[in-house]
Design a protein around this ligand. Structure first.
Ligand SMILES: NC(=O)c1ccc[n+]([C@@H]2O[C@H](COP(=O)([O-])OP(=O)(O)OC[C@H]3O[C@@H](n4cnc5c(N)ncnc54)[C@H](O)[C@@H]3O)[C@@H](O)[C@H]2O)c1
Length: 310
């Protein structure tokens, strides 16, 4: 296997999402070493101090420091949460050109350090920026992971858990496609202990739940300006799956190369995650309607890619 040893994580971008992720890593004792980088150095240094004071009550020791891109050289994972955040009323795709430019500089600097680990990208529009990271870095596709629909799938499972008065951890279901408006719930495969859920809900109720999942970010942003705890837990979960070589299936942003009939696009899809990154994209058996919706989501993203990379 070709990857960097050790479990050092470098976090680029210590805003609301990044600092919540750092806090989740510390609380769960996921890595031994965490380096924080941000354009706003004072903010990152403040976060380091604040987090360091929590270490005494953390489940395990963790060395948390302020750093520079040179620190990426021996990192196992670089997590990027840097960039302009989504403003009220702004779609994730509106952010695209702003953040692709920021990524050219960030990913370029990381690669100059000699980094040879795994990228985990959370900045929106995350599917486009995971694709940008893969292109700019030149790393193999399995070592560039987007957060994809990890958060949307958690929202879906949470709502279904409420609906059926069952723990969301016992609800199995995926949101796939764009982390954005063209995403789709895979109702045909959603289940609780192997029992399909779709037949137990009316078409109207399914539509309501799909909309609630799709529009959750808009609602939270309206209420408090940004969303960060949910994604931070999702990123921590992916980090743990990588560092502990878990071979667990998580809905992440992966490059499709023929899976479900699509190629050359990063999109949210269940994938097997281990120490090599994305070991394998899971090929889902979708019904006709779901296939059409996935094709539409792929088209949405590829249209944006075409504008940027032609
Ligand atoms: N993938 C998901 O599911 C998901 C969920 C929520 C938010 N997000 C996205 O995460 C990103 C961060 O959101 P946030 O709320 O933390 O924003 P934020 O504004 O609080 O933080 C962004 C941070 O990036 C830093 N930054 C900007 N340009 C930089 C550069 N060139 N180099 C280094 N650091 C730089 C800023 O100084 C700031 O600290 C946004 O793009 C947001 O849309 C993704």
């Amino acid at each position: 296997m070709n990857f960097t040893h050790g479990n050092k994580v470098v976090l680029v971008g210590t805003g609301a999402v990044g600092s919540s992720y750092a806090y989740a890593l510390m609380n769960q004792g996921i890595c031994d070493e965490l380096v924080l980088i941000d354009l706003n150095e004072e903010k990152a240094k403040g976060d380091v101090m604040d987090l360091d004071h929590g270490i005494v009550y953390a489940p395990s020791a963790m060395n948390i420091t302020f750093g520079t891109y040179a620190d990426c050289q021996d990192a196992a994972i670089v997590v990027i949460c840097a960039g302009a955040a989504q403003k009220p009323g702004e779609t994730r795709l509106d952010l695209v050109s702003k953040n692709v430019k920021i990524f050219e500089s960030i990913v370029g600097s990381i690669m100059e350090s000699g980094f040879n680990g795994i990228f985990l990208v959370a900045t929106n529009p995350v599917d486009i920026l995971a694709y940008a990271t893969w292109k700019i870095s030149g790393l193999p596709k399995e070592r560039v992971i987007g957060s994809g629909t990890v958060l949307d799938s958690a929202r879906f499972r949470y709502l279904l858990g409420e609906e059926f008065d069952t723990a969301p951890t016992s609800v199995h279901g995926y949101i796939i496609g764009e982390h954005g408006d063209s995403q789709l719930p895979v109702w045909s495969l959603a289940n609780i202990s192997g029992t399909p859920i779709a037949q137990k809900l009316t078409e109207e109720r399914k539509e309501e739940i799909s909309i609630q999942v799709r529009d959750a970010a808009y609602k939270i942003i309206e209420s408090k300006g940004a969303t960060y705890y949910g994604i931070a837990m999702g990123l921590a979960r992916i980090t743990r799956a990588i560092l502990r070589n878990e071979n667990v299936v998580l809905p992440v942003g992966a490059l499709l190369e023929g899976e479900n009939g699509h190629s050359d696009v990063y999109i949210g899809i269940p994938s097997v995650i281990n120490r090599t990154g994305i070991k394998k994209v899971v090929e889902l058996t979708l019904n006709q309607k779901e296939q059409e919706k996935l094709a539409n989501s792929v088209r949405t993203l590829r249209d944006i890619q075409a504008e940027i990379w032609t």
